[in-house]
Design a protein around this ligand. Structure first.
Ligand code: SF4
Length: 357
């Protein structure tokens, strides 16, 4: 066993996390769901989502039988919704190709939608005690500091160097513990903004620490300005105070989630309303709210809500097409049955509170 893994395991025995929900009753299914939720998301955010998800979909079979809407409703607010869609698709594939048993071969796991090399390694090492290296964001940070690796960790050469090192450091026993340990070390000691080198088990061999250059690693991704896009949300409220939502296509952002009718320009949004007005004689009010920004990993989206109250459902159906009229309170509740993206939840809350953005 390398000195590095020995030190990491010794630290894990004393200080690692041993009581996370997915560490109780370990099964490949439970570990898989946790690993997918933990991609890009912190443990404390994941825990309530994980517990609710497991209550509703305790097995691969339950997940495969659920509707995509039900799955996405459990994902609403976690972001990166492709993760939820892929989890659902994978559950159906596991039912069809593996009789409902989570596959045990690395290649079969890697072939499931939404599972990359590191996630496959984490699931199989934690749940089935197989020897695989992992290289998630936490591990990249620890190793890039430990090895004082110059340059962005995402570039091809650095990435293959880090994989090589991750494999070299993976011990020949205690695979599950080591996988958990190295992730914990990155999440709790070698953190992004406040690394705690004084208590770190690997500080004696850490080059960044020796060179007093911890802040230099990992090097930042070469900066590219995020583009700004605009979207006009037509927030239609009927006489009963329900809001009109439409399901988005499976492709693109928020695929399969429910959102307000959306337009690229102010003009196209108001033209649609003019069309509605030409067909409806009922009274309604239209107010253009202040815009607000939602930021994705690769662009900013400035959202301009146009709130129209007193909409006639029959005319709306003719002009806007199919959709659902949803109760505002239900949309803001934990028991929501429609998956909606975070900016829609925010807008619904503001409408309920009558607060312009
Ligand atoms: S010594 Fe500091 S920089 Fe090096 S691995 Fe430990 S916490 Fe990270």
């Amino acid at each position: 066993m390398s000195k590095f893994s020995e030190q990491v395991l010794g630290w894990f025995d004393l200080h690692g996390r041993h009581d996370l929900p997915w560490q109780k009753t370990i099964t490949p299914y439970r570990v898989w769901v946790s690993e997918i939720m933990l991609q890009q998301t912190q443990v404390k955010t994941v825990i309530p989502y994980y517990e609710r998800f497991m209550r509703s979909f305790p097995t691969v079979e339950a997940l495969a039988q659920a509707s995509q809407d039900a799955v996405l409703a459990h994902w609403a607010g976690l972001g990166y919704y492709a993760r939820g869609r892929n989890l659902h698709k994978s559950a159906m594939k596991i039912m069809a190709d593996f009789e409902g048993r989570f596959p045990e071969s690395y290649d079969d796991v890697l072939a499931l939608p939404g599972i990359g090399r590191s996630t496959a390694g984490a699931i199989l090492s934690i749940a089935l005690q197989q020897r695989h290296a992992i290289l998630d964001g936490n591990v990249k940070r620890v190793l890039s500091r430990y090895l004082a690796l110059e340059g962005w960790t995402g570039n091809k050469n650095n990435e293959s160097f880090l994989w090589h090192k991750a494999e070299e450091f993976t011990p020949i026993s205690r695979f599950a513990d080591y996988t958990q340990a190295i992730m914990d070390l990155g999440a709790t000691v070698c953190t992004r903004t406040k690394p705690c080198c004084e208590t770190c088990p690997v500080r004696s061999g850490c080059l960044a620490n020796q060179q007093d250059r911890v802040r230099d690693f990992p090097a930042k991704k070469p900066k590219k300005e995020k583009p700004i896009k605009q979207a006009y949300f037509l927030v239609l409220e009927n006489m009963e105070g329900k809001l009109f939502l439409q399901q988005r296509s499976q492709i693109g952002i928020w695929g399969g989630l429910w959102s307000f009718p959306e337009y690229e320009s102010h003009e196209s949004c108001l033209n649609k309303m003019k069309k509605y007005e030409s067909q409806s004689t009922s009274l309604h009010s239209l107010v253009e709210w202040n815009s607000f920004r939602h930021t994705f990993s690769h662009y900013h989206l400035d959202i301009f809500p146009v709130v129209v109250k007193g909409i006639d459902e029959n005319h709306a159906l003719q002009v806007f097409g199919n959709g659902e009229w949803a109760c505002k309170v239900a949309l803001n509740s934990q028991q929501a049955t429609l998956g909606v993206p975070a900016p829609v939840t925010k807008l619904v809350r503001l409408i309920r509170e009558c607060k312009n953005v």
